[in-house]
Design a binder for this molecule. Structure first.
Ligand SMILES: [Zn+2]
Length: 61
């Protein structure tokens, strides 16, 4: 199980994405960013995706 906390990339936010693959997490983050942070799909840049990827951690839960 992989886990990503929105807070880890600098948002004051309690969102946590959980998934089996990085792609899964990125998809959830893209949806979360547009829905809950008012970001446009084009605001989710490669740079932000890389930042998210580097903050994905393996979790036992
Ligand atoms: Zn968030």
């Amino acid at each position: 199980m992989l886990k990503f906390k929105c807070r880890d990339v600098g948002f004051d936010c309690g969102f946590v994405a959980k998934g089996k693959t990085e792609e899964d997490i990125l998809a959830q983050c893209g949806e979360h960013a547009t829905k809950d942070h008012g970001m446009k799909p084009e605001d989710v840049t490669q740079e932000l995706k890389d930042k998210i990827k580097s903050n994905i951690h393996k979790s036992l839960f």
